[in-house]
Design a protein around this ligand. Structure first.
Ligand code: FAD
Length: 511
């Protein structure tokens, strides 16, 4: 009897190639002859090719895959990302509309014996520094256009937490190269049909040139087309548009005026009348995209907003329009088919969670993988965990919108109670009296920690009133000393760390 497990991944975008390389690596290929992985993709259809922002989890993933950091940076036009700067989302305490705040990747400085957050909350609102600036040195480092690491630091590590901005199409190529080294078989062909087999799920997929292909597990990475999980198996997409309203993006790439232009090491997310605009500095160009709700903004008005944002460089520049349906499939593993990436769902890119969700799915598939026995054994658990993760990210994204005091209809609608999930409403009520803490969340179901919530809440001007219990926080002087230390470390770090542009250029000049 042939006891081999055959995995067929359909789709060769970030999801397909990441799944291929990750599963090959975790299941011990190419030495493990018990498992065979094939990836089918069609150049005719191509990949979505957007998704330039990531989250620090990508470093562990790339390291696990055995990809060298400098090579990855060179081949994907990558730059370092230390967080997101939100512009025009909220007002400063004195009412300035052009407020900005930083969501750094670095956790707030943690001091034994003096939890700093309450002491920041108890300071005078009008004179205290912004939350992220008070709590970490990363804000200062990023604003000074410094890199999060030095050139001599080992791969994927540095004094500050970081992720990358990169060119999505190049990433798929790097991953494809690594997957090939790990023994993944590659078929370029068009999937033209899928035969199903009741409870089992997929019987076989039909390709134009390679005929029928059969496997034990089918991984649907066909993007928004969702050929297997959606079209063939009919699993519905649960729309979350009543919570997160954006459903379109207009994108473009703008070359730099000069090769010496300083590089930002954060994504800039600028709010506009019915959504926001991303601005991402890759090595050779800026990737810019206007995200909006088609119920609140016409495509023409979105183009005007994007043109106004980009300025003269946008003259005659073609924009690409991408429509999306925000939501996810509640069952992403059905029978012998599991969806990864856009085929499973998509939440707008405000916190760059596309790749994060792919990483979560492939880690679970690898760890829950049934080496023998029924292939769908992990399905229930997988579906519970992935749906909870989507729901939690939805709450985190909604937080950015529902706290804003902007006055346009899109923003007013976002504050409508009915659009705010109950769990988030409940937490917001509690956080009026205490800051978010680790017991608010179950770690394995979360992509964001309590401090990510703190950065957004206090960046947006949310008030947690600790003043009636001020006496519970007597270590004011000790806390002030730590705040001063964070400030001086930050100033020193802006001197010690190389400029972001210089480090990226140096990495690219190496052989
Ligand atoms: P795709 O890239 O669409 O790949 C689908 C694959 O399936 C292709 O290879 C295609 O050829 C193949 N295929 C489809 N049908 C067939 C067929 N019939 N036969 C053979 N092959 C087929 N994520 C982030 O992490 N950060 C971001 O900043 C970010 N920004 C985004 C902005 C926008 C506007 C959008 C829409 C998405 C963004 N994402 C972001 C999400 C990110 O783009 C995706 O998660 C990621 O690219 C994975 O896509 P995918 O591989 O699932 O799909």
């Amino acid at each position: 009897m042939d006891s081999k497990r055959r995995i067929l991944i359909v789709g060769g975008g970030t999801a397909g190639w990441l799944a291929a390389a990750y599963l090959a690596r975790s299941l011990g290929l190419p030495d493990n002859k018990h498992v065979e992985i094939t990836l089918l993709e069609s150049a005719e259809i191509g990949i979505i090719g957007v998704g330039e922002g990531t989250f620090p989890t990508i470093r562990n993933t790339l390291k696990f895959l055995g990809i060298e950091e400098a090579r990855f940076i060179r081949e994907t036009s990558a730059t370092f990302k230390q967080g997101i700067r939100f512009t025009d989302w909220a007002r400063t305490p004195d009412g300035d509309d052009h407020h900005h705040f930083f969501h750094p990747f670095e956790a707030p400085f943690y001091a034994e014996g003096a939890e700093l957050v309450p002491y920041w909350l108890l300071q005078d609102e009008l004179t205290r520094p912004p939350f992220a600036e008070a709590m970490t040195i990363q804000n200062r480092v990023a604003e000074a256009k410094r890199a999060p690491k030095r050139p001599d630091e080992s791969d994927f590590s540095g004094p500050l937490n970081y992720a990358y901005h990169f060119d999505a199409a190049s990433l798929a190529r790097v991953l494809a190269g690594r997957a090939a080294e790990l023994g993944v078989r590659h078929i370029e062909d068009l999937l033209e049909g899928v035969e199903t087999d009741g409870e089992r799920g997929i019987a076989r997929v039909l390709t134009r040139e390679h005929g029928p292909l059969e496997a034990d597990l089918y991984v649907d990475c066909t993007g928004f087309r969702a050929e297997l999980i959606g079209r063939a198996l009919g699993e519905p997409l649960k729309s979350i548009r009543s919570i997160l309203f954006t459903n379109r993006a207009l994108t473009c790439k703008i070359p730099y005026a000069s090769t010496a232009t300083p590089l930002e090491s954060y994504t800039i997310a600028t709010a506009h009348e019915a959504g926001w605009t991303w601005d991402i500095g890759l090595r050779g160009a800026r990737g810019i995209g206007c995200v909006y709700s088609s119920d609140h903004l016409s495509d023409d008005r979105a183009a005007e907003i994007l043109r106004a944002y980009v300025g003269a460089a946008a003259d005659d520049l073609p924009f690409r329009r991408i429509a999306f349906d925000p939501g996810y499939r509640e069952r992403q593993w059905v029978g012998n088919c599991v969806a990864v990436g856009l085929a499973g769902g998509f939440l707008e890119p405000l916190e760059s969670t596309g790749v994060v969700l792919i990483e979560a799915a492939i880690t679970m598939i690898a760890e829950l993988f049934p080496h023998s026995g029924p292939i769908d054994a992990p399905a229930r658990r997988f579906n519970q965990l992935i749906a909870a993760r989507y729901d939690n990210i939805i709450n985190f994204l909604k937080l950015h919108y529902c706290l804003s005091q902007r006055d346009e209809p899109f923003w007013r609608d976002n504050r409508d109670e009915a659009s705010i999930p109950e769990r988030l409403r409940e937490l917001l009520e509690q956080w009026r009296y205490r800051p978010p803490g680790r017991f608010d969340f179950i770690l394995d179901l979360e992509s964001f920690a309590f401090f990510n919530y703190q950065y957004i809440l206090y960046g947006m001007g949310f008030r947690t009133d600790l003043s009636p219990g001020r006496g519970d926080f007597p270590n004011v002087r000790a806390a002030d000393r730590i705040f001063a230390r964070i400030r001086s470390f930050g100033e020193r770090a802006t001197q010690d760390l190389p400029s972001h542009r210089a480090l990226i250029d140096q990495i690219n000049e190496e052989p």
